[in-house]
Design a protein around this ligand. Sequence first.
Ligand code: ADP
Ligand code: MG
Length: 604
Amino acid sequence: MWDVEPSQYRPNMGRSTDMLNAHPSLQRLRVQMTDATHHELQSTLSRIDGKGYKAYHDIKGRWALPDFTLVVDYVQGDPYAAPSRVRVQVPGAVTALPPEACRPGPRAVGTGCLLARRFQQEARSRGRSRGSGRSGELRIEAPGQEVIPNTAVQVGSDGSLEARFRVGLPARGRRVLGGQAQHLLLEDVPEIVQASLVAAAYDAGDILRHAEVNEDAEALREALEEHGLVGFIADGASLPRRSGVDDRPLEGPDVVPFQSPDELRVTLQAPNAGSVTGMGVPRGVTLIVGGGYHGKSTVLRALEQGVYNHRPGDGREQVVAEAHAVKIRAEDGRSVSSVDISTFIGTLPGGVDTRRFSTPNASGSTSQAAAIMEAIEAGAGTLLIDEDTSATNFMIRDRRMQALVPREREPITPFIDRVRELHDTLGISSVLVLGGSGDYLDVADTVVAMTDYRPADVTNRAREVARAHPTGREPEVPGPLTELPPRRPRRDSLDPSRGRRSVSLKVRGQDAIQFGTDEIDLGAVEQLVSWAQTRAVSEALLLARNRFMADGPTLPRLLDAVMGALEKEGLDLLGHGHDGDLTLFRRHELAAALNRLRTLEVDG
Ligand code: ADP
Ligand code: MG
């Protein structure tokens, strides 16, 4: 009997720091008499029991169950195919969510992520095979540690919500198992709703805490600019993760909580937590130095992920980086399409012009140069670079190498000779993890040394060392930074067709998009954090091609158009229109995917 208007999901991305901030619009509830009843669903499932699988099409549509509306959007073709897509719409009177936890923006997003994770746990504990193939599967695409606007659970300002998930409609062979379907849809799903989507399922204060912590993270990120910072790591933060493939916090007595050095300690204000102290990472050029295994990369990684908010208990919920901080790394083997890398790489062997550099197989140094130029083009404000994943010859050419290999035979202008200029002329800061090259002490504004996971401000000592031990290297700058020539991606080079299908789009794990016949490898795009984010990026490529490329926009204008449309119309602009597996991404990750499309061609 309840009908919820299709939820319009509107992330507010007007200001850069707001880009990950959702404003799900009011999900207006109104009574509508046309939804079929609980009883009718029951009798439909009894009626189709034993029939061919196609009979499940009869359950498409809206069903008014006692506490919520069940919407069956898409029925899978057979029990072995990707499970069916369904939604539940639960009115505010049933969820009883605290109103302060449902305020549009970061609060509602924090709440939605909490509920989605709990829904996932509950679905997992109830999920079991109910027949052949994927019969009985119950799966929601819940966020991991990060809290980013997404379509899994969207909370309206009146406490109503919509959860979207997939169910494997039960069958034996290809025959409908109506009884099992009744269990699944009329018992399991309502139980999961009661155990995850209503306030009573949570400890007092839990929901509001998730809302407030997320609001605070947003505020901390917004505060960076006025404090002249590009990053912030709160005192007490816990940065290390369980493993390279497990993003949950490392726990135990050996974990050293983060403590800012006094010299770099700042106090930022958060609306709920109040004053938060921690280490500010200033604009300019910051080095993170220290011995191997002392926690350098862990700090950088926390900043990388600090473009996103994190759930309470993550350890990084008060670790933030400015919204346009971009991780840069070497990625040999990637393709590059007409990127001006002449800032870093002069004429290559064979006379290859690097003002429009294209290759199906970049080297370490050319890939890293291209990544930086592409990041600048997309509007990066900060570059995050780790020596672990950099090309050495891109980062530095020391005095001895300068003496041995004359300048004329080295096309590379190493990053050390551009990093200051990037900041002084373009306002782009850099945070660099370096254990190996002290030459960088000459160009740093701030130097943080990690010892046993504890940071110290060694900026002054670094200056003394730089004076006492001149490197003797000559800066190798052929000329000033030049303006980037515009790149206009060609629409016909984004071809989503494959064989007889006009659109073939697949996301194979978090790191790979199949776009038509092309495979986009995103393994080196480290700020993509989930499958659902990659899926949203893949759909955005299609949207870009279908809607925004007719007049040949430059790449930045294309990014503006796509991100602007998502801001205005919401994530449901992507995919089928009510998918539950879409997570918001930044313009930088969309650009990264486009730039790695091997078929990409650009006009000047
Ligand atoms: P580096 O880049 O300096 O070589 P890493 O950042 O890779 O060092 O860290 C080395 C190891 O120490 C990793 O396994 C990491 O999880 C762990 N680690 C990092 N920071 C901490 C910390 N604060 N407490 C405990 N272990 C940590
Ligand atoms: Mg390291």
